[in-house]
Design a protein around this ligand. Structure first.
Ligand SMILES: [Fe+2]
Ligand SMILES: [Fe+2]
Length: 249
């Protein structure tokens, strides 16, 4: 079994970043003890080198493997170059124990719109069309999220990307960007959109949150829990009901 914490939009050093929320997040994940942290972008606020250095310091303090991909804020001010220096390639394949995660870059320099790009479709098809439990992680949401106001920034090629995802029967798509935790299911794929984990930039009465995903690589099933930072009864992972359970088809 692999436990993945999927968190997003830390915005370290940004005006809405909260040290207290970071401490709360750390307390939760210490308890959950994940194997992997999958961070779906917006780790900085403006993509500046000093912000990346700070983000690395914070993330290094978490115990566990980290998979990090860039968001629109990270691509500002040529931040995508600094991202690669500190966190490695913007597109990356992770594989272990029957689980395959393709991390991609949906950001474009200095604009907030998402774009995956035709040049990456072949890689997506090749990587995601396999017998592993497959996951595709990008910053931008591919399907609109309720309770987030006027829709914008969905990748301009979301339709083509959704077609690849459904035709390869990708199991999970993980993203962030909207600062509201949500999930959709389309055909056999579940789409998880993680809220912001550590900022006060939340919508209405929602609260900072992240996902805890348990994947059984033998039975090939998966349990997902949305963890709200200030909901009292989620501290005991053993007592929690699964938010959803899906089995690979
Ligand atoms: Fe963000
Ligand atoms: Fe974003």
């Amino acid at each position: 079994m692999k436990r993945i914490v999927h968190a997003s939009d830390f915005h370290f050093s940004g005006p809405y970043f909260s040290e207290n929320l970071w401490k709360e997040f750390c307390a939760h994940v210490r308890h959950l003890n994940p194997d992997i942290f999958l961070i779906t972008g917006d780790i900085t606020d403006e993509g500046y080198p000093h912000e990346y250095a700070l983000a690395k310091q914070y993330l290094d303090s978490l115990e566990g493997e980290k998979l990090v991909l860039p968001g629109n804020h990270d691509a500002r001010n040529v931040g995508y170059e600094v991202f690669e220096e500190i966190f490695g390639p913007r597109w990356n394949i992770w594989k272990s124990d029957g689980i395959c995660i393709l991390c991609g870059d949906s950001s474009e320099p200095d604009i907030d719109d998402g774009h995956i790009g035709r040049e990456n479709y072949a890689l997506m098809e090749k990587t995601l069309d396999c017998s592993d439990f497959t996951m595709f992680a990008i910053h931008h949401h591919l399907i609109p999220i309720p309770g987030t106001g006027r829709e914008r920034n969905i990748p301009v090629d979301a339709g083509d990307v959704l077609k690849i995802i459904t035709s390869t029967r990708t199991n999970l798509v993980l993203s962030g960007h909207k600062h509201v935790g949500w999930s959709w299911k389309l055909e056999s794929t579940v789409f998880l959109v993680a809220g912001t984990a550590t900022t006060t930039r939340v919508k209405s009465k929602t609260q900072p949150s992240f996902f805890c995903i348990d994947i059984d690589s033998v039975a090939f099933d998966c349990r997902v829990q949305k963890v709200d930072l200030f909901t009292e009864d989620i501290m005991d992972p053993n007592g929690r009901k699964p938010f959803m359970k899906l089995t690979k088809v």
